[in-house]
Design a protein around this ligand. Structure first.
Ligand SMILES: C[S@@+](CC[C@H](N)C(=O)[O-])C[C@H]1O[C@@H](n2cnc3c(N)ncnc32)[C@H](O)[C@@H]1O
Length: 220
């Protein structure tokens, strides 16, 4: 558990304490975190364990039955959402990587949630556009290519019911968005998304300093 917190505002010891007092991954979640760590630096893409616990709790709290994830990687966030939804929940996962997502499947099976997960390997925007059921979903999580965050959210505003949630990861970009001296392409894309979400009349937002920054959008 713990080591180099992705919640970059926390020290290692505070991060450890926080996990020990709620939200630590169970043995399957921890095994998936450790398996992902074997991939090396790329494992930084995985959400922080406290984010996983929080997203899982949110899915339970709103009684989510149908959800969509944009950016699955090795499947830790999908595991958390699928668990939060409970039996009978349905999660559509969008990713382009067969290689990374296939790492997650045995863990989904071990956790007993594999039958709740419908993995679609294709550019996420194509998958989202192919879903016809307007307002048929309760929850979405965006955690893929930053250049398309606004396009994903626009599509999700059609798919998520009023009162449902869209969660968005990496909105602080390790603090870069708040530094006017930093203006690389990714930082500008995330800043643009944050401004778009703040101004959108159908988005009630709160930005939380958890992991690399997580925005909760309640769809109006
Ligand atoms: C930050 S990782 C997701 C991490 C994951 N949520 C987790 O907690 O483990 C981003 C993922 O988005 C996927 N991705 C990038 N561009 C994509 C696209 N255009 N369509 C679908 N998936 C994409 C990548 O393959 C990668 O697995």
């Amino acid at each position: 558990m713990g080591s180099e917190p992705k919640s970059f505002q926390l020290s290692e010891s505070i991060h450890r304490y926080l996990l020990e007092n709620g939200g630590a991954p169970d043995s399957v979640g921890q095994a998936l975190i450790e398996r992902t760590r074997e991939l090396g630096r790329i494992s930084i893409m995985q959400i922080a364990p406290e984010q996983g616990a929080f997203i899982s709790l949110l899915a339970s709290a709103i009684g989510a039955r149908r959800a969509i994830e944009v950016g699955t990687f090795t499947g830790f966030s999908a595991l958390c959402i699928a668990r939060g939804m409970g039996e009978g929940g349905e999660l559509i996962c969008c990713d382009t990587s067969e290689e990374w997502t296939s790492l997650g499947r045995p863990f989904w099976e071990e956790a007993g949630v594999a039958d709740r997960i419908d993995l679609r390997i294709a550019p996420a925007i194509e998958t989202l556009r192919s879903i016809e059921e307007d307002a048929g979903f309760d929850l979405a999580f965006i955690d893929a290519d930053k250049s398309s965050y606004i396009a994903y959210a626009e599509e999700l505003l059609r798919l998520i019911r009023p009162g449902g949630l869209i969660l968005v990861d990496n909105v602080l970009w390790f603090g870069a968005v708040a530094d006017p001296e930093i203006n690389d392409e990714r930082t500008l894309q995330i800043r643009a998304f944050n401004e778009w979400a703040t101004a959108h009349p159908r988005c009630q937002n709160v930005m939380l300093p958890i992991g690399d920054g997580l925005t909760l959008i309640r769809v109006l």
